[in-house]
Design a protein around this ligand. Structure first.
Ligand code: ARG
Ligand code: ASP
Length: 730
């Protein structure tokens, strides 16, 4: 026993075991060869073929990319899909008015006729995927320069695409994997008539808001329900009143049994982007140099906005969504940098690199090919640092000051005028005026001025003068190098912060308007910053990034060659992946243990009447007091959220959490704060994904929403009671 423990410790901390158990976002196509055995040993009761099979309906046929930014899954034979509340947020918002504020009250369609169409929203299924690496890399040689290499590949891809076997209504997509060492083709099917069916009130769907975001223990019912519509032949079609609910190839059964500590779980979805194969130096740079800059800028912007939101109910509504999105990554980066530091993520990478280099140096062929790849990568990242710093200052300042959004639109208008004359200008102007209407509805000049002021202080302090335009510098000096004075000067002169002033200006004849615009103080100042940035930073960064990409590709291939005995998974790239682990509690710090489950008692304990983050609907209080949980509760408790050791990232929101049989047990929506560094370096001890329990979702739909008819569409099962089918809605 002692010996075993020792052995386990050696394996866990040895640099050879680059991969933690549970780490990895795997390709569905390769599960059978790469993962099935391990998955079964961890408790999986189905086969890889049940997950991915191109001949018969398999679990993959129930998974959709939801609008390209989240994941959704089919949960009824009538095309009902489930995703997160925060994924459906803008759809829910777009149907909300002051009289019918669905964000506040929730929304439940009581029949198909009440389901609400959403222009632009789509759901994409993966029909099949295929390794096309050989064809994609045909004619590529090792000493080709990057440009030539890419043009050879582009030609190959065009041919592959043209030759791909597919039906008329399907699409082809080809993506690079393993930093460009492999290429996979996807045949996809995109449905464009996706209607809103239901959403809980935000007080459930967003319960805990920013305070609880990225945190455990969590009590958020972060889900919403949509339905995919198809034409009469069950094919994708644009919205039409005559479309009918999709008959899916596969819909997920929903478990009423939940999970227990140690149960096998999988998360199936579309993770966006990860950086697992960066050298330690790059991760260190991210954690210690770049993240702090971005965090600091957002910190200042958020403080300003928060001050206004607290004192003005109108501003609070106007800025709620913007505040949440800025706060989201602000908080994530803080957790990420701290997590890397606390878990020794960088040291672990360094130990791995040492072993890598040792093996390379010991093998003449490797040494010749890969001997310098790490030192060269390190050199390039170091060389990039000053430019990356300016980039992050620039992108964060321009992202967080709303004035820059208007500047961007005016520049587009100016460009269109130059390139396409009056006709082009007029069409573009209408588009822009339309966008500005939405923009100004949620804009407050005073808030923006305050943000601009503090961020300019930071920008001029952080960014060396050689990267700042002369005109902007002159204005800065004239305003005594004070952000506040600069803000006062610019915001009192510009017309860009006032909808009616811009409208008046754009009503003038085109050349007049363009002339007047070019005199605008804000535009002049901003464009001086933008122009100098493009001139001194953009090109240089692109050049360095291209060299880095080239070396990252070689480094990836080197790792595949050198650690032949290891399994490598490709970085996330918004393609369909399966990740698996266990329902698993954890210890975030010494002497602190986080339990697996939260429940409704815990949610009610957080309740603060009237609070923007912690209020709850009256009906929930009633149900809680009566313990009226129907078939969804367990032993007098109503489970709410649980955690697991599944390796997920942004884009996995809305992904189904599946049990050992492939039943839906929960809906993925977040990660724990201590583990947000999993995008760079996964650590099984503290990386956890957060899921809302399927039973809580059903409880909210049925008991709180009164939409039991939706639950009747679903297939509810009791896998733990060995009752494969138990239709027990209500
Ligand atoms: N942190 C989660 C994710 O990255 C949830 C974000 C939505 N919630 C919020 N309070 N911003 O998407
Ligand atoms: N909340 C994220 C999302 O929206 C998921 C995550 O980053 O864990 O995709």
């Amino acid at each position: 026993m002692k010996k075993l423990k020792w052995l386990l410790l050696v394996i866990a901390f040895s640099p050879f075991s680059f991969l933690f158990a549970n780490e990895g976002m795997w390709l569905p196509l390769l599960l059978e060869s790469m993962n099935e055995k391990e998955m079964k040993s961890m408790g999986m009761k189905i086969s890889a073929k049940d997950i991915y099979n191109i001949n018969n309906g398999s679990l993959k046929d129930a998974i959709v990319s939801f609008g390209g930014f989240c994941t959704g899954e089919v949960i009824s034979e009538k095309g009902l899909i489930l995703t997160n509340h925060h994924c459906g947020y803008s759809a829910i918002q777009s149907h909300s008015t002051v009289e019918h504020n669905f964000l506040e009250t929730g929304f439940w369609a009581m029949n198909h006729g009440q389901e609400l169409p959403n222009a632009g929203l789509f759901a994409t299924f993966i029909v099949r995927m295929e390794d096309v690496s050989n064809a994609a890399l045909k004619g590529v040689t090792e000493n080709m320069d990057e440009k030539t290499r890419q043009s050879v590949i582009d030609k190959n891809l065009a041919q592959i695409r043209a030759a791909a076997k597919k039906n008329d209504w399907e699409d082809v997509m080809i993506r690079p994997f393993y930093e460009g060492n492999k290429y996979y083709l996807f045949i996809t099917e995109t449905y464009r008539d996706v209607r809103l069916v239901g959403a809980p009130p935000s007080s459930i769907g967003k319960f805990g808001a920013d305070t609880d975001n990225w945190m455990w223990p969590r009590h958020t019912g972060d889900f919403s329900v949509f339905r995919i519509y198809a034409d009469k032949n069950n094919r994708p079609a644009e919205y039409s009143a005559s479309n009918v609910p999709l008959k899916p190839k596969k819909s997920l059964s929903i478990s009423l049994d939940g999970v227990e500590e140690g149960d096998f779980t999988m998360v199936f979805g579309f993770p966006g982007r990860t950086y697992q194969y960066l050298p330690a130096s790059a991760v260190k740079q991210q954690a210690e140099v770049l993240n702090p800059v971005k965090i600091n800028i957002r910190d200042q912007a958020l403080k300003q906005i928060d001050g206004f939101m607290r004192n003005d109910p109108k501003i609070k509504i106007q800025y709620a969504s913007k505040f949440a999105s800025t706060a989201n990554y602000w908080k994530k980066w803080i957790g990420e940098s701290q997590g890397l530091e606390r878990t020794g993520g960088i040291e672990r990478k360094l130990a791995y690199e040492k072993e890598f280099q040792k093996r390379v140096d010991a093998n003449p062929a490797f040494k010749q090919k890969y001997g310098n790849v790490l030192p060269e990568l390190n050199k390039l990242y170091a060389e990039m640092e000053p430019f990356a710093l300016v980039r992050d200052n620039f992108t964060e300042v321009t992202r967080n000051t709303e004035l820059f959004t208007v500047v961007g639109l005016m520049n587009t208008l100016h460009r269109t005028y130059n390139n396409n004359g009056i006709a082009g200008y007029t069409t573009e102007k209408e588009k822009i005026l339309n966008r500005l209407k939405g923009f100004y509805a949620d804009y407050n000049e005073k808030v923006d001025e305050a943000v601009f002021g503090v961020l300019m202080d930071t920008y001029f302090k952080n960014v060396p003068a050689q990267f700042i335009g002369d005109e902007a510098l002159a204005t800065w000096n004239k305003q005594d190098e004070s952000g506040e004075k600069l803000a006062d000067y610019i915001y009192s002169k510009t017309r860009l912060t006032d909808e009616s002033k811009i409208k008046t200006l754009l009503e003038m004849p085109a050349d007049n308007a363009i002339e007047q615009l070019s005199q605008d103080e804000a535009l002049q100042f901003a464009n001086s910053l933008i122009a100098k940035y493009s001139e001194t930073i953009t090109g240089k960064l692109n050049e360095l990034q291209s060299s880095i990409n080239n070396l990252q590709r070689i480094y990836m291939q080197a790792q595949l060659d050198v650690f032949k005995d290891k399994r490598f998974y490709p970085d996330a790239n918004s393609t369909l992946r399966l990740t698996y682990g266990k329902a698993n509690s954890y210890e975030p710090r010494d002497a602190v243990k986080y339990e697996l489950y939260t429940d409704l008692d815990g949610l009610m304990a957080k309740y603060i009447p009237g609070d923007y983050e912690f209020d709850v609907p009256a009906r929930l209080i009633e149900l809680h007091e009566a313990k009226d949980y129907g078939v969804y509760g367990k032993n007098g408790k109503m489970p709410v959220c649980f955690i697991g050791s599944n390796h997920t990232t942004g884009g996995n929101s809305g992904s189904p959490a599946l049990d050992a049989y492939g039943n839906l047990v929960g809906l993925n929506f977040d990660r724990v704060w201590e583990g947000t560094m999993s995008d760079y370096s996964y650590d099984a001890s503290i990386c956890r994904n957060i899921m809302v329990d399927a039973r809580f979702i059903l409880f909210v739909i049925d008991k709180l929403g009164g939409a039991g008819h939706l639950v009747k569409e679903m297939n509810l099962v009791h896998p733990k009671k060995n009752q494969p089918k138990a239709k027990t809605a209500k």
